[in-house]
Design a protein around this ligand. Sequence first.
Ligand SMILES: CC(C)(COP(=O)([O-])OP(=O)([O-])OC[C@H]1O[C@@H](n2cnc3c(N)ncnc32)[C@H](O)[C@@H]1OP(=O)([O-])[O-])[C@@H](O)C(=O)NCCC(=O)NCCSC(=O)C[C@@](C)(O)CC(=O)[O-]
Length: 343
Amino acid sequence: MASLRSVIKTTAPRLGLGRARRFYSIPSAAKQDVRIVEVGPRDGLQNEKASIIPVEVKVELINRLARAGAMTIEAGSFVSPKWVPQMAGTAQVLQGIKKFPGVHYPVLVPNERGLDDLLQLLDANPGLTDEIAVFTAASNGFARANLNCTVLESLVRLGGVVRRARERGLRVRGYVSVVVECPYEGRTGYGRVREVVRELVDMGCYEVSLGETVGRGRPHQVAEMIEEVKKGVSVDLLAGHFHDTYGTGVANVMTALQHGIRTIDSSVGGLGGCPYSPGATGNVATEDVVYALQESPYHVVGSSSGNTIDLEQICDIGWWISEQLGRTSVSRVERAMRSRKSK
Ligand SMILES: CC(C)(COP(=O)([O-])OP(=O)([O-])OC[C@H]1O[C@@H](n2cnc3c(N)ncnc32)[C@H](O)[C@@H]1OP(=O)([O-])[O-])[C@@H](O)C(=O)NCCC(=O)NCCSC(=O)C[C@@](C)(O)CC(=O)[O-]
């Protein structure tokens, strides 16, 4: 079997890395940029059951994330407070955060009512956000549970939302949930995922995030799903969103990157879960993704010094927000770094 050294010797020049460089010395110019969408303040907090998280804590979380270098931070949702009580204060959150230059603060909008509320807020306070995210699913079972309508009905509804938002100059991102498996219908047909993604792109979404909502997906399934979706849309319009219920989150992120995706959603401290995906845990932790990509052929783009997301700071934020919620961070990297420091 070829030694690692000889493999590097033959592959490094092909990758444009010069002669036999070690992996940890890959020059940054040769690296592929990876964009992280930090979903902790939205996906991370929306499912908290114990008590309503104060607006000040959410504001502090978002400001800390921006300081650590996060470039896109989901700030909340304009959804029905009866459906998702934790997101009720999103207007106050948007008004409370410090706006860091170049950072986007998207909010989820499920329907015209949510968009009306947001636009009214923006009329009075222009510049609070420049982006919304709309969401649907690849199965009717999940769409009914999450949106009280079928996939088709949701797409019809979202068509008007996307059009009006774009007319107001907002960027629109799309989500498709249950891209591998649905908690109500079982395995998802990947052709269905492709069709729904295509609809969202045709509507005007600049990017569609593939939601592995349940967190049971395995890397080979994620690979098959992405390859099927790529038959319908260009891979640079796709993002990966992996919950980590069965511990395959980082492996699924790496698989998505290998299949050409360059935008990854993650959640500080591994917080979260969808209220309508029973049993699913949080997103893959931002700390774990940033760590996995250090010294790799990928570069996590960020706004902090070194133009990346600062791992130490993200770990501290994961620890801090988990404490606020009365628990410890589920990020493996955060725990490992803390334990090394304490020795
Ligand atoms: C879409 C609806 C509203 C339909 O819910 P509905 O009950 O069918 O709505 P409706 O139009 O019949 O209205 C019922 C009441 O809700 C009000 N209402 C209606 N819309 C709004 C609104 N926007 N904001 C505030 N209030 C609203 C409306 O005004 C009315 O008030 P009432 O007359 O009874 O007093 C509901 O199903 C909903 O809010 N769903 C959102 C669920 C949600 O936020 N899920 C989590 C986010 S998605 C996710 O986590 C997955 C993702 C993105 O992370 C990717 C992945 O992991 O897969």
